[in-house]
Design a protein around this ligand. Structure first.
Ligand code: FAD
Length: 465
């Protein structure tokens, strides 16, 4: 029987990164993956294909609607959806092939098949009609998550669908209903809205991107509405009935009124759940919490000796970069090093237009914790670069501790917020203050000057506002 120091089950951004870090630390490592391609949800049906389509659809929308403001006259922007999809598929293939190369480079044994815990220090791999066991001193579980299904509206793969199908429509649906205004619902809704679908979003909570700062959610919602998306907030979807080739979806509003919307497809984007049904977890008595996530301690150890868990399987935000950092930390802990993840500095991004990005506490959360809070805001409309880009919508808000000036959170809704949040993450990682950011030289003219001005605004010292 083959013997490894570390066996990782699942090759998403948690698992493949854990495997690379383990190999770097001199541990003999195996990576087990049930799907034909490495890279997990993120590379195959998540982060990467969605961003490829967001980029393409944004260009299409700009060509159709915004080029004329630059004096560029396009008679009529045409859409070759097949080509857009092939571009997305090529990007996914290049990146997933790249993971394969990284595995070779790091001498990691990639074992195709369904992995499961089969005994202490043992993993069974079922695939291609065969079953084999390997021995591993440590096992890292990284099986990720799957979409949550509404019990009264089961996925059928064609009309009632998950984000996976919404990444590969063969034609633009005339009317798309999205259940859930979280990151996935807003991103996929944006893609199809820009390509010409009539998009309606139904959300149970009172805000879009409910995790975000209230003002940021409001600005984002208005921007998406001005692009043509319709929102029904505080509304609960109750069911769907077939109607012609499509569906009639019923939802209940806050006031208890029943409404129906006709659509071609319903994208159910109400969240994802950890994939804890198989992999021998029950048989090996791996403890789950009340939300059926694998329970781990602060060293990613489950209750079963030698078995660790990371990524979407455990508590915390379901994000690729969070999974990867946990992969690094778990590998370092297994190698006897002090692996650590700073959960106060995990950025969260919604790649709509404008983008929404945040790190740390919102003003409301900081107040709830009883912290003394001060904040500063600055708007993109007063920034030269934003004006040149023609993207003036949005603002940056810096939340700081009123006594110490330490940055507690940064919230951005605006152009390229996804890239700009990195500065805020670094500042928070180094326990920096609002004054540190305000006194840091930012190149002119750049969007990042809005972050500097918002930091200055914390003590009412913004120069241009
Ligand atoms: P996964 O990526 O889910 O990987 C798990 C892997 O384990 C899969 O390959 C699976 O096949 C394999 N597996 C499962 N069970 C077994 C088994 N028993 N044996 C062998 N293999 C097994 N996050 C971001 O940070 N940024 C984004 O922009 C973003 N966009 C997203 C867009 C969409 C549409 C979706 C759906 C998700 C998005 N996410 C994004 C979330 C992100 O994809 C996940 O948080 C991330 O992939 C979790 O990584 P993971 O390694 O824990 O699990």
């Amino acid at each position: 029987m083959d013997t490894f120091d570390v066996a990782v089950i699942g090759s998403g951004p948690g698992g493949y990164v854990a495997a690379i870090r383990s190999a770097q630390l001199g541990l003999k490592t195996a990576l087990i993956e049930k799907d034909a391609r490495l890279g997990g949800t993120c590379l195959n049906v998540g982060c990467i294909p969605s961003k490829a389509l967001l980029e393409s659809s944004e260009l299409f929308y700009a060509a159709a609607n915004n080029f004329s403001t630059h004096g560029i006259l396009v008679e009529k922007a045409g859409l070759d959806l097949g080509k857009m999809m092939s571009r997305k598929d090529r990007i996914v293939k290049e990146l997933t092939d790249g993971i394969g190369l990284l595995m070779k480079k790091n001498k990691i044994a990639v074992i195709p098949g369904m992995g499961s815990l089969s005994g202490p220090g043992r993993v069974r791999i079922d695939g291609g009609g065969e079953s084999r066991d390997i021995e591993a001193k440590s096992v890292i579980l990284a099986m990720g998550s799957v979409p949550v299904e509404l019990p009264f509206m089961k996925f059928d793969g064609s009309n009632i669908i998950t984000s996976t199908e919404a990444l590969s429509f063969e034609k633009v649906p005339e009317r798309l209903l999205v259940v859930g205004a979280g990151a996935i619902g807003l991103e996929m809704g944006s893609v199809w809205n820009r390509l010409g679908s009539e998009v309606t979003v139904v959300e149970m909570l009172p805000r879009v991107a409910p995790f975000a700062d209230k003002q940021m959610s409001t600005v984002l919602q208005r921007a998406l509405e001005s692009q043509g998306m319709t929102f029904h907030l505080k509304s609960k979807v109750k069911g769907a009935q077939p109607e012609g080739d499509g569906l009639s979806v019923t939802f209940e509003t806050e006031k208890g009124e029943t409404r129906t919307v006709s659509c071609d497809k319903v994208l159910v984007a109400v969240g994802r759940r950890p994939l804890t049904d198989g992999a021998g977890l029950k048989e090996m008595h791996v403890a789950l919490d009340e939300q059926r996530r694998i329970q781990v301690d602060d060293r990613y150890r489950t209750n079963v000796p030698g078995v660790y868990a990371i990524g979407d399987l455990i508590r915390g935000p379901m994000l690729a970069h969070k999974a990867s950092e946990e992969g690094v930390a778990a590998a370092e802990i297994i190698a006897g090093k002090p692996g650590h993840v700073n959960y106060n500095a995990v950025p969260n991004v919604v790649y709509t237009w404008p983008e929404l990005a945040q790190v740390g506490l919102t003003e409301a959360e900081a107040k709830e914790k009883g912290l003394p809070v001060k904040s500063g805001r600055f708007y993109f409309k007063a920034n030269g670069r934003a004006k040149s880009l023609g993207d003036e919508e949005g603002l940056v808000k810096v939340v700081a501790n009123a006594d110490t000036d330490r940055v507690l959170g940064v919230h951005i809704v605006g152009p390229r917020a996804s890239d700009m949040i990195a500065e805020a993450v670094s500042v928070m990682e180094f326990a920096g203050s609002a004054e540190d950011v305000g006194r840091t030289i930012h190149a002119h003219p750049t969007l990042s000057e809005v972050v500097k001005e918002a930091a200055l605004a914390v003590d009412r010292k913004a120069i241009h506002g």
